[in-house]
Design a protein around this ligand. Structure first.
Ligand code: SF4
Length: 359
């Protein structure tokens, strides 16, 4: 138990000086109502360690088919109300090319777990889009070590696999047919293959506790991850999950801020779901520790069908509009878009290390 007389200042000082807090101190920060102190500290650390530039990652949602059945997700296989789509490899390549013409240096290919994209198909897509001189992030779910290896060798630089929760019982309940053990195995494989590792959680899941969020944060530090994507739980009416009453905007901001304090130079996106709960959500997140935004670069026709949660923003906008809209928003808070690929500083030589392991 934390000494309750210990002030928030002493915890923030400890985080600032040592980049470490024990789980009771993390829980204290998650529970306190002195949120602005945490946000200011995280913003200061962000500025000192990763600067004022904001990295853009163009998100291409290329398939909403999924073999999994996660209780909170609109793409789950049991959702018969959703209209399914998938892009052909050439369409993915064309969308990527377009995104690079708008100045993006990183492309995130995201989909449900769609078996149509075999190792061969996916590897070809990756090697083709790498010719555009971009960093490639994959966010395509749980794979075998061999699949991750093939994609790394085809040129993928980063892999995003949110764990959502490290509470084993809750994980099993929310993700039927899946296991926390396998999810962790995937993240270990990704790490072994010298990808930049991205993970994250959903804040406000029914049954989630503050203590389990503190465990999640400690887990990310133990890996350690290179990128942390944290989003609020938003109830989808076409899913069987229980509807919770809370608004988890502030708590999600706090998780981002604490991650920034404990891992000062990682990449932290201001997640798009934050804008669903507050129209300035991403801009607020950028002032609470975040340094990345993932604008949608999916063609307008498909956007409305990639509905993990309802109320998604920008569904009627074009990739070009989103690119220029986000830049003007970023400028409105006196920040600028970065021109580099935005690797996590400690990962700059990962590609080299990976090459060495191949020899
Ligand atoms: S969360 Fe991911 S794996 Fe689960 S149903 Fe949705 S798209 Fe599929």
């Amino acid at each position: 138990m934390i000494n309750m007389t210990k002030s928030i200042y002493s915890i923030l000082d400890k985080a600032y000086n040592t980049y470490s807090l024990d789980k009771s101190e993390i829980s204290y920060l998650l529970k306190t109502e002195e949120n602005n102190k945490i946000f200011s500290a995280a913003d200061k650390v962000r500025k000192e360690h990763v600067g004022d530039k904001v990295h853009l990652r163009a998100l291409i949602e290329f398939s909403n088919y999924c073999k999994q059945d996660c209780l909170y997700c609109g793409l789950r296989r049991s959702n018969t109300k959703i209209i399914r789509y998938r892009l052909e490899p050439q369409e993915i390549i064309n969308s990527t090319k377009k995104a690079t013409e708008y100045g993006y240096k990183t492309i995130v290919l995201q989909s449900g777990e769609d078996l149509y994209y075999t190792i061969d198909r996916m590897s070809k897509i990756i090697s083709e889009i790498k010719k555009f001189d971009i960093a490639v992030t994959l966010s395509i779910g749980e794979k075998t070590f061999e699949e991750y290896k093939a994609y790394r060798e085809a040129g993928a630089d980063r892999y995003l696999l949110r764990i959502e929760t490290t509470d084993e019982v809750l994980y099993a309940k929310l993700n039927p047919g899946m296991s926390l053990k396998n999810r962790m195995r995937c993240l270990e494989d990704i790490k072994k293959l010298y990808y930049e590792v991205g993970s994250g959680i959903m804040v406000g899941l029914p049954g989630q506790t503050i203590e389990s969020i503190a465990e999640d944060i400690a887990y990310f530090k133990s890996i350690p991850i290179d990128m942390a994507g944290v989003g609020p739980f938003i109830y989808h009416p076409d899913t069987p999950i229980e509807k919770t009453k809370g608004n988890y905007f502030e708590l999600t901001l706090k998780v981002m801020a604490i991650l920034r304090l404990l891992m000062p130079n990682i990449n932290i996106p201001a997640t798009t779901a934050m804008d669903v709960l507050n129209s300035n959500g991403r801009l607020i997140a950028l002032q609470c520790g975040a340094n990345v935004v993932m604008p949608n670069a999916t063609e307008t026709t498909y956007r409305k069908y990639y509905e993990i949660y309802p109320g998604k923003i920008c569904i009627n906008d074009s990739p070009k509009y989103c690119r220029f809209c986000i830049e003007s928003k970023i400028k409105s808070i006196n920040r600028n878009v970065a021109k580099s690929k935005g690797y996590h500083r400690s990962s700059l030589n990962l590609a080299e290390k990976h090459e060495r392991t191949q020899k």
